[in-house]
Design a protein around this ligand. Sequence first.
Ligand code: TMP
Length: 229
Amino acid sequence: MTPPAPSSIPVDRIAQILARWAGRFIVFEGPDGSGKSTQFRRMCEALDASGVAYDSVREPGGTTTGEAIRAVLLDRANTGMSLRCEMLLYMASRAELVEHRIVPALNKGRLVLADRFVSSTLAYQGSAGGLPGADISAVARVATRGIMPDLIVLFDIDSDAAAKRLNPLLDRMEAKGAAFHRRVRDGYLQQAAQDPRRFAVLDASKDQDHVWSQLLAALDQYARERDED
Ligand code: TMP
């Protein structure tokens, strides 16, 4: 199905789609350079316009302690960091976010929109880095208290196209090389194949307006499927 052009989607139709996700937990995922953060901002603007109560969070970071952990993780001076340390730091930042932001917002019936969550660790430190997925999942259960997203939107793009979109001043994660980023993408696609009811996979190689249309179509479709259960 070809999504409609963005201009053809009326604002009240967008608000209607978003309202069906009130009180739910939605996560945006994707490789570096997928355009995920641009769509995240667009979604926040649409939520502002729709009047749906929501909180937006980003990983790593989003709390005072989490932002300090983010700086350590992305600093190119920390090149010798072990993979286990890296994974545990992402999870530590996540534990803070779940405790101080995500659970309180969901308890108040607010929609939570997150830029990355456990799937990032499974793709980056698991599929690409080499840590066993079972170990990551075990730590994730502790960090998240078992909170799972209602929907994970995967902005899928091949690593060559993604690399062209990145700022030439790469951070420590972005600088890991082409083979690493190919494994990240494959890892995400494997997760999506294993849990198709939770994952919506979008073609993020398209232009921003097209991806936005795909996103709205996915939100509409997945809300219907959920309501039919
Ligand atoms: P960002 O560019 O979306 O802000 O993400 C920061 C970087 O951290 C990005 O390269 C992905 C990476 N990352 C992991 O490797 N593991 C994780 O668990 C998370 C949340 C991010």
